[in-house]
Ligand binder design. Structure first.
Ligand SMILES: Nc1ncnc2c1ncn2[C@@H]1O[C@H](COP(=O)(O)OP(=O)(O)OP(=O)(O)O)[C@@H](O)[C@H]1O
Ligand SMILES: O=P(O)(O)OC[C@@]1(O)O[C@H](CO)[C@@H](O)[C@@H]1O
Length: 305
């Protein structure tokens, strides 16, 4: 079974504004609402690629009800914990030439709520895959990913972590199956600015030395680099296309990678499918559909990747 955990799901309110001006009334040209939060995006794209999964996480208030209602149509199972105080976030994604994001705080999650999550995690067993993705609300200690990994240690569960800074560095000791920082996040972890692919590979390998099994570094329009636990390094480019909305490209990449790996155990195939899914989402208004992903997969193959 595949499980995702989203501590802070959201409704993504994506608005297009022509020439956004700070300090004045701006009117939208186009607006859409999507179910968001990194883990939920991973669940959605996994389902799109034919991989059933269960989304765990916390929801609250009327926005939480709407997230739960929408998720029912996305092709995966959800088993959320309902939190009493506050409401699930509405994250604003503003497109006006550049992309600007305003991500909300989210509800207050208590110790008891977190205990309920641990009870749900007790269902996981040998061979399962768990994807921990996204930021942690301020009401929870930011060592929670580490605690979850400690809790599940030695149970044969492959864990993927897509998070930043301490949240990510602290889990390395527990040997995550895959981590996916982007090139900027990788640099921030070491207090450096990474300019070249060689530097990216060098610092990616340091994360591996600290315990990560596979390290996938995404580089937006510049593609990705994968350093595998078998010591291989693969570099991947991007297919051609017009960027419409890059929100969720990283999550789509994680989903594509996991789906590809589960299909036949090949890292090259996983990287190609992950990259195709990431780019397909960047070239779509929302998260990508299967047809678009497979079209870009074939394009990458043709280009020799
Ligand atoms: N502009 C783009 N053109 C083509 N492909 C892209 C573009 N942006 C992203 N991708 C694809 O998606 C992958 C993941 O993107 P990115 O590096 O932006 O992840 P991220 O920073 O985690 O993104 P996000 O947080 O927005 O989901 C890239 O490695 C690439 O394959
Ligand atoms: O605030 P976080 O948890 O870091 O990121 C949340 C978020 O920006 O990530 C997704 C895209 O990756 C969006 O659906 C969502 O709004």
């Amino acid at each position: 079974m595949i499980y995702t955990v989203t501590f802070n799901p959201a409704l993504d309110y994506v608005v297009k504004v022509d020439h956004f001006t700070l300090g004045s009334v701006n009117r939208t040209e186009q607006e859409d609402i999507y179910c968001g939060g990194k883990g939920l995006n991973v669940s959605t794209v996994l389902a799109t690629l034919g991989y059933g999964n269960t989304a765990l996480g916390f929801v609250a208030g009327f926005t939480g009800d709407e997230i739960e209602r929408r998720v029912k149509n996305l092709g995966f199972r959800s088993d959320f914990i309902h939190v009493k105080n506050g409401m699930s976030r509405i994250n604003v994604k503003l497109k006006s030439g550049e992309e600007t994001e305003i991500n909300g705080i989210g509800p207050e999650i208590t110790k008891k709520d977190v205990e309920q999550l641990y009870e749900k995690l007790d269902c996981l067993s040998d061979g399962d895959m768990l994807i921990l993705s996204g930021s942690i609300p301020a009401s929870i200690n930011d060592d929670i990913y580490e605690r979850i990994m400690e809790y599940l240690d030695k149970k044969g569960i492959r864990i993927v972590v897509d998070a930043t800074r301490d949240l990510l560095s602290n889990v390395l000791f527990y040997h995550p199956f895959l981590i996916k920082p982007n090139n900027h996040e990788l640099g921030e972890m070491f207090g450096v600015r990474l300019e070249s692919v060689d530097e990216i590979i060098h610092y990616g390998k340091l994360l591996q030395e600290k315990g990560a099994e596979n390290v996938l570094i995404s580089m937006a329009g510049d593609g990705a680099v994968l350093i595998t636990q078998t010591g291989e390094v693969f570099q991947m480019g991007v297919p051609s296309g017009t960027v419409k909305n890059s929100v969720g490209a990283g999550d789509s990449m994680v989903a594509g990678f996991v789906a590809g790996y589960l299909e036949n155990g090949s890292y090259e195939h996983a990287l190609r499918l992950g990259s195709a899914a990431g780019s397909a989402t960047a070239f779509s208004e929302g998260l990508a559909g299967k047809e678009d992903i497979m079209k870009l997969y074939d394009e990458l193959l043709k280009e020799g990747y």
